[in-house]
Design a protein around this ligand. Sequence first.
Ligand code: ADP
Ligand code: MG
Length: 729
Amino acid sequence: MDNLRFQVVAEAFKKKPLEVKAPAERPYEYFGKYVFNREKMYKYLPKDVYEKLTDVIDNGARLDRSIADAVAAGIKQWATEMGVTHYTHWFQPLTEGTAEKHDSFIEHDFKGGMVEEFSGKLLVQQEPDASSFPSGGIRNTFEARGYSAWDPTSPVFIMDDTLCIPTIFISYTGEALDYKAPLLRTLHAVSVAATDVCHYFYPDVKKVQSNLGWEQEYFLVDEGLYSARPDLLLTGRTLMGHDSAKNQQMDDHYFGAIPDRVQAFMKDLEIQALELGIPCKTRHNEVAPNQFEVAPIFEETNLAVDHNMLLMSLMKKVARKHGFRVLLHEKPFAGINGSGKHNNWSLSTDTGVLLHAPGKTPVDNLRFVVFIVETLMGVYRHNGLIKASIMSAGNAHRLGANEAPPAIISSFLGTQLSELLDHIEMSDKDDLFAMAGKQGMKLDIPEIPELLIDNTDRNRTSPFAFTGNRFEFRAVGSEANCASAMIALNSAVAEALTDFKRRVDALVEGGEELTRAIVDVLREDIRACKPIRFDGNGYSEEWVEEARRRGLDTEGSCPVIFDRYLDGSSVEMFERLGVMTKKELEARNEVKWETYTKKIQIEARVMGDLSMNHIIPVATHYQSQLLKNVANMRSVFDAGKADSLSVRNVKLIEEIAERTQVIERGVDELINARKVANKIEDARAKAVAYHDTVAPKMEAIRYQIDKLELLVEDDLWTLPKYRELLFIR
Ligand code: ADP
Ligand code: MG
């Protein structure tokens, strides 16, 4: 038997790292080369157009359609000089990826020839054939139109020969069919709410920006090995595979030397990312073998989200060039760490104040405490929703599976900040104030030491940890669009800040002095949001119990967690902030449930196929060899001796027979469970059935397959093993 596995293993060992050359000596020389950034706007646009456009970008002014043609002309000139022939509206449908439809610039010149054209109309709005994107029933087929509309706040860029225009994607009737539209609405809402609260401290603030610095984890697998694993190819994860004898127990991969071929890939990726204006900063090995991380410095959230989406597509492309496949799935391998995407998040003002960082003056410190506490309030009130925002079939393998992070949202603050909040809560209110001459009230908040900024006592088990000047939301899945988490988080915080301001203003109207009113409401909220604060081990069984007592959401079933989007409190929040309507939320949940069902369905089919045409035939083949051996023993030795010499083989023959029977029965049950689930019409009920009755059956089959992998002769096994997938590079 020609074994593809051995062929690809042999080839993988022969691969050499590609040589990667930077286009220039220093990164700043090629940073943003393929981006229509300020510098290029200035160069390619008439002065008045440049000013109007930057006003749109900086101050959220409405885009004046009359400048669209001029902007398009400038962009086209730059693009043509760069050798670009096509353009596309680049958008983020409710699948986890991006979508694009490439058109060339060519048009009839009506003289029998052609001209290259790109008008303002084509820049600003398009109608991609939208009927194949998920909409959750928002679009009936007779009005299956979707529009993509330019988002001028995220710059136009070039990929290969194509000009990419970041756009939102909305239905004919105005509902969001993507992640970007609600994200932009959320970012506006949080800016308004935070600016209002900022005015208590800094009257000059005009705008507050949400910052996002993501850290992207991923696995690399040799392309040949990948192609010999139908499960990886079709589902993004291994559905079977016995643990490698060695995996991450030595902790020798983390921060170890980066292997040469991987190093070349990383360098290439980084160069191309920088050219696209993605400010990549760190790259290193992660905990699991063949697991790595890339992270840029933080940016404004909308831009950071686009950059993450762009980087994920870039990774896939660059990996192939280097003979790898990149795995973005949250749990490609059982038994070792999965991949996440840490979302470092903070708010900052247009005047340069980082609102989640402590300051040097009492005013700064009070502002710091307000923003920390109201963030906690938002996360506390909507902890179920925030969990729903990062839930997916893939991420479900990580959350709650005894690895970062648990399926309960809580926040770790570290001892200094915890003590500070306790101090404000407990001290006698009058003690908190001391008269300080002309400056009026001075708040007795012990000087928050600078040390806080390098907060080192981190808790790796916390899904939402304060890390000095930001919160690090670690529950986001590696494959996810960060926008989903950012929509929920920023909305929750916007609501908390609005609510905070309403109560403070009421006290002030009732005659209370402002600082005292702020402290009053703060103390109330510190008490109220206490259940969300947890500094202990998030993986422990006791925490689940404790969290339940505290009233936190401890639901573990992915499709049921999606319900949180339709809770009264969620709908009310999103509608009040103008982020999403109930109709949009319902439609998006339909999509979530359908996606969940499809993913499990595909996995179940692949599991069935592989069981029947890879695993059972191979095991049976080996069993026949053993049977022959047993028979041959009898031709050489007398029956008694032959039997005693064949004890082990007979036992193996039996074990293989038993295990293959269990597998076969399991596959039958899996098919039946699917048949029953497929009859269910309701999207939610169907997803729940897939979760409750289909998914668990795969685990049982896998158990048997992994046992067989240990028994069957290595030469016969066709699927690359974990040790090969994880250690060859
Ligand atoms: P870690 O120690 O977790 O690897 P890093 O220092 O590498 O942390 O930072 C991780 C990410 O957090 C980077 O993208 C970084 O730019 C970002 N980051 C740092 N400070 C902030 C902040 N105040 N707000 C948002 N993101 C931030
Ligand atoms: Mg981190």
